[in-house]
Design a protein. Structure first.
Length: 150
């Protein structure tokens, strides 16, 4: 997994509308890049809605937000519309970006092990360098956690 101090890979992927997104698109601003397991699941919905609801505070603090999961663009479109999300979601179906950031790995639940997306938030500065990595994400208070963890 990439760590604080590392330079973030520039190409992130394609969002639900087919737009190519790069870290360099956010040059001069801080970027919250968050990786989440699956659209419309309880934890992922709580996290997305926390970021949506905290967007004015995040923008005031100089942040932009982009979410990434392996779900399809169609799934992202439905999720975005249903939850009225105000930020892009990257459909990383080939897991290229997920793996580049090290957010793909072994997970455990109910005594079983499997490979999946590790819920992780990267805060990237305006020059493309990772400032912080949040691995213990408080899904219900994700925006507040980003703002408080400086």
């Amino acid at each position: 997994m990439l760590q604080a101090g590392d330079v973030a890979p520039d190409f992130l992927g394609v969002d639900e509308q087919g737009n190519e997104i790069r870290v360099s698109d956010y040059s001069g601003r801080r970027l919250v890049l968050y990786f989440y397991p699956k659209d419309s699941t309880p934890g992922c919905t709580a996290e997305a809605c926390s970021l949506r609801d905290g967007m004015s505070d995040l923008i005031a603090a100089g942040y932009a937000v982009v979410g990434v999961s392996a779900d399809s663009a169609a799934s992202h479109t439905r999720f975005k519309e249903k939850q009225q999300l105000n930020f892009p979601l990257i459909a990383d179906t080939d897991k290229r970006t997920i793996e580049a950031f090290g957010a793909w790995g072994l997970k455990k639940m109910a005594g079983r092990e499997y490979m999946g997306i590790i819920r992780t938030t990267f805060v990237i500065d305006g020059c493309g360098k990772i400032e912080r990595v949040i691995t213990k994400v408080d899904t219900k208070n994700a925006a507040k956690q980003i703002l408080e963890t400086k």
